[in-house]
Design a protein around this ligand. Structure first.
Ligand SMILES: [Zn+2]
Length: 322
């Protein structure tokens, strides 16, 4: 059975899109004791840790330390939705990321506060926390990267509780981006798995091949094109397996399995340094002896690899505090 949902596809909070239109929503939540504020800084989110269990840091709206008014752009907030107990906001700590966490830490000395990435701890979160984290990171990184109008270059303003940016000059509206990417477990007729070692990855990291879907292309054709580009392997039938957000910064990972029509590997040596066909015993031995380091448990790649293998591989813990 292929895991459903994938680790970062879990969610339990109502996104409540209708409430976003209320222009007073965010300021009202910042005076409320049931509103919870999550804090992000780029691709990291603030967490609190007791022993080895991470939890999202959540500050009541009325306890959130307001930024000093200094004439700069107001802080970027966005409304994430609500559940039966709370409503949720996210703020980008931006320039005061260090100060803000220290300030909050002083108010809760019994907790250890950290910045962390769900790449490291994603599988340890609840369904509710997972949905909040992936939405918060994707949305706030979009705000950081899309401050200017693509038509006229003016600085755009955040409206609709952080879900739209609008140009003050030509009134054009701009919406958060999600970039579809394919990630695929390709097997040959002997049921060997194709894994590659990308140039940008840590040493010994092998993973399934992946790449972005191009304009005018289907995900299925992107699977075939990417595998051919990266390893010169031709792929025939492919099967969709599931999806999960991967907010680093804006990907939606679409998972596929596929059958190779050829087996001779040629890598480009630039993007992909090496690619190999692995049998199950060979991969298990390489992982055991540290010659192959697999991607983290929250990744689709790890799920695809373990699905092919038939059980969990290696001894790496669920959350990795690298
Ligand atoms: Zn404009």
């Amino acid at each position: 059975m292929f895991p459903d949902p994938l680790p970062l596809a879990r969610s339990a909070v109502d996104r409540d899109a209708l409430s976003r239109q209320d222009p007073e929503l965010i300021s009202r939540m910042l005076t409320s004791s049931v509103a919870q504020v999550l804090i992000v800084d780029g691709a990291r989110i603030a967490i609190e840790r007791t022993d080895s269990t991470p939890e999202l840091l959540q500050i009541s709206g009325n306890d959130f330390p307001a930024a000093a008014s200094n004439g700069r752009e107001p802080e970027q907030f966005a409304y994430l939705g609500s559940d039966a107990h709370n409503s949720y906001l996210v703020v980008d700590a931006g320039e005061r990321s260090g100060d803000l966490l220290n300030q909050i830490q002083q108010k809760m000395p019994h907790k250890q506060l950290h910045w962390a990435s769900p790449r490291q701890f994603g599988t340890a979160l609840s369904d509710s926390e997972t949905g909040l984290v992936t939405t918060a990171l994707a949305l706030m990184q979009w705000h950081r990267r899309h401050r200017h109008c693509p038509h006229c270059g003016a600085t755009t303003l955040s409206i609709e509780s952080g879900w739209v940016r609008q140009c003050p000059i030509d009134r054009s509206q701009h919406f958060p981006r999600t970039d579809p990417a394919v990630i695929m477990a390709i097997t040959d007729d002997a049921d060997r798995l194709l894994l590659g070692r990308g140039a940008a990855w840590p040493e010994h990291r092998f993973s399934t091949l992946a790449g972005f879907v191009e304009p005018g292309e289907t995900p299925e054709n992107a699977v075939r094109r990417e595998v051919y580009e990266e390893a010169s392997i031709q792929v025939g039938a492919v099967k969709y397996r599931g999806s999960q957000p991967w907010p680093f910064p804006a990907s939606l990972m679409l998972a596929y399995t596929g059958n190779a029509l050829s087996t001779e590997i040629i890598v480009d040596g630039v993007e992909m340094l090496e690619a190999r066909w692995f049998t199950r015993p060979a991969l298990a031995a390489d992982v055991e002896e540290g010659r192959v380091i697999l991607p983290g448990k929250a990744s689709v790649a790890r799920v695809l690899i373990e699905h092919w293998y038939g059980q969990p591989l290696g001894t790496s813990p669920n959350h990795e505090w690298s």
